[in-house]
Design a protein around this ligand. Structure first.
Ligand code: DGY
Length: 309
């Protein structure tokens, strides 16, 4: 009998096929009545492919052995609860570094040069009648990166290619990196023209980009968030953008996705994006392959490829 697994997230065809060839897959994300599905399969599920698993769901799945998260960020999984129940957790590191870094640079240029607004300006026939505003460039500016992990380093390399000066703040100084380290986020914000957020979400990082940090970035400062919406005090950010005490924001992530506070829609110093850092065919396939490979390794009794618990 094939092992039974619960899928909580849509994967690209190749990965869904790979799971279906090996296991009996129950698709929670497609179920009209999720509770009924969980109840009917609860005693059989040995793996979850996807994410969004809290302690309560773990308790409903007494045979659960592994959660293979679809994503590098695993803040939607209660890892402490998993550890207590001897459930392994994996994520999908590295394979999405380039995709997220490319989107980050796209958002930065899009915000600096107001590319989405320029598109609207042309489409709405305003070009012959009005002139588009003069804007700003990235070169020569300082970018402060919050979180110089695997993706942060890819962003740093690309910012350097744009002739920016790179500094960073994180849990600790990285002695093998050439960039200046700031002990305090607020000091880095004060000294930066751009603040790029690519630190992990979850417990311990909520609202670390506080009103004070945003005020330190100031009316000429731009913020870019490609990590998790929970890292920023979103209400304060909106207020500061509205009052022009913060120069601009490019946001791929939000506190309560897919809901976006409507106040952002009216602002021309903002670029909005639907949490699409890893959303390319190449990357989503690689992420799905890693989800499958971790589950396969687990059931084969082999070491997991990317364990976090
Ligand atoms: C991740 O992998 O954590 C990304 O946010 C998914 O897009």
């Amino acid at each position: 009998m094939p092992e039974e697994i619960l899928q909580t997230h849509k994967l690209l065809d190749r990965c869904e096929k790979a799971l279906a060839e090996r296991y009996t897959v129950h698709k929670l994300h497609e179920a009209a009545d999720k509770e009924a599905l969980i109840k009917s399969v609860a005693g059989k599920i040995r793996a979850v492919a996807g994410g969004n698993v809290d302690g309560a769901l773990m308790d409903k799945l007494p045979k659960l052995e592994i959660i293979a998260n679809f994503g590098v960020g695993y803040d939607s999984i209660d890892t402490k609860a998993a550890k207590q129940r001897n459930i392994r957790v994996t994520n999908t590191p590295n394979v999405l570094n380039d995709a997220v870094a490319e989107l980050t640079l796209g958002l930065m240029i899009g915000l600096a040069r107001r590319i989405p607004q320029g598109d609207q300006f042309v489409r709405q026939g305003k070009w012959p009648k009005q002139s588009f505003p003069l804007l700003t460039e990235l070169n020569g500016k300082t970018v402060g990166i919050l979180g110089l992990g695997r993706i942060g380093k890819e962003i740093a390399t690309r910012c350097q290619a744009m002739k920016m000066r790179v500094v960073y703040h994180g849990r600790s100084r990285q002695h093998d990196e050439p960039y200046i380290f700031y002990d305090k986020l607020i000091d880095m914000a004060r000294d930066s023209d751009w603040l790029v957020i690519i630190a992990p979400g979850g417990k311990g990082t909520e609202k670390i980009v506080s009103r004070q940090v945003l005020e330190a970035l100031g009316p000429e400062g731009f913020i870019v968030n490609v990590a998790r919406g929970t890292l920023i005090d979103e209400a304060a950010m909106l207020e500061l953008l509205q009052s022009k005490k913060l120069g601009g924001a490019a946001l791929d992530v939000f506190e309560k996705e897919p809901q976006v506070p409507e106040g952002f829609f009216a602002l021309d110093n903002v670029v909005l994006s639907p949490h699409q850092g890893s959303a390319t065919h190449q990357t989503r396939n690689k992420m799905g392959d890693l989800v499958v490979a971790n589950i396969v390794a687990h059931f084969a009794g082999e070491p997991l490829l990317s364990a976090v618990v």
